[in-house]
Design a protein around this ligand. Structure first.
Ligand SMILES: [Fe+2]
Length: 301
């Protein structure tokens, strides 16, 4: 793992590898109490860090497994309270529910279940509390603001430190690949609303889950992310106008390029995610397209 001391209160922690969608970067906050957010570094590093630091709370930004499976180690290696976004509780506490609401609609339930249980080691959470934007973290981190930033997942949350003008943005899609909306419960319109909300903050440093730290051109980061979505939409419209089929468009990639080179079962998974992303675009195009709902973005980007 790589630890970067950002301020005297915030440490940014990145895993050695993010291969196979199994880990992400997180933060340690040392304030009134000690809090871990998204500390999914893998089955060796996370327990080690939990023992070393013994946090008071273990928070996740959203239920996606590359952010959440580490919560299964928390009770064994620390006394921390696990805190999960309230609208995503069923995904974290029921294997059947999470499979039915992710790969299920794509006919991939069995393959995905095998991967989730035997490779990512999903176990239903039993001891936890739920949080929302209304939850007070005053006793642990009085300076932290909880921000509802849904779209990437139903209750995705970001964390803002106004004194330091630092944002932990989770998975809102500020890395070079842009926003991801590969499950049926993702929502492009709410992703854009969330990005516009974050764009309105005073931010000097962004700590992301998969794209490192963003220190320069902060404003650009949010708008670039929206531009990714708009460009995908425009590309899909062009291809549909040319008479291409949904299958051919997905085969050429929506989020994941060069899917032919990826090995199974990952190839089936990325095709499933690209299918979901196509479906979201297709539905939005039928409603009139992204700019119809956010006319202001045309001038902004
Ligand atoms: Fe995610």
């Amino acid at each position: 793992m790589k630890k970067t001391v950002v301020t005297d209160r915030i440490i940014y922690v990145e895993p050695d590898s993010m291969a196979n969608f199994s880990s992400c970067a997180g933060i340690i906050i040392r304030s009134k109490g000690k809090v871990f957010i998204d500390m999914n570094l893998g089955p060796e590093e996370t327990p080690k860090l939990l023992m070393q630091e013994n946090p008071d709370a273990a928070v996740i930004t959203h239920f996606h497994l590359d952010h959440s499976v580490w919560t299964r180690y928390v009770a064994d290696y620390s006394k921390a309270l696990v805190l999960i976004p309230e609208k995503e509780e069923p995904c974290l506490t029921s294997l059947d529910f999470v499979i039915a609401h992710t790969a299920g609609p794509f006919g991939m339930a069995e393959k995905w279940k095998d991967f989730v249980v035997n490779h990512l080691f999903y176990r239903p959470l039993t001891v936890y509390d739920c949080y929302s934007e209304k939850t007070s973290f005053h006793h642990l981190v009085p300076e932290m603001v909880v921000l509802d930033t849904p779209g990437h997942s139903p209750s995705h949350t970001s964390f803002y430190f106004p004194d330091e003008k630092i944002l932990f943005s989770g998975d809102v899609g500020l890395d070079r690949f842009g926003p991801w909306y590969g499950w049926a419960d993702c929502n492009i319109k709410t992703i854009v609303e969330s990005l516009l909300r974050l764009d309105g903050l005073q931010v000097e440093l962004i700590l992301t889950s998969h794209g490192g730290m963003i220190k320069n051109k902060i404003r650009n980061a949010f708008l670039k992310s929206i531009r990714h979505i708009l460009e995908r939409e425009e590309k899909i419209i062009r291809k549909l106008d040319k008479g291409m089929t949904k299958q051919d468009i997905i085969a050429q990639g929506i989020f994941y390029p060069h899917t032919q080179k990826i090995r199974e079962p990952m190839r089936s998974f990325v095709t499933m995610w690209d299918t979901a992303m196509f479906n979201h675009h297709e539905a939005l195009i039928k409603e009139g397209g992204l700019v119809k709902f956010f006319p202001e973005i045309k001038g902004m980007i």
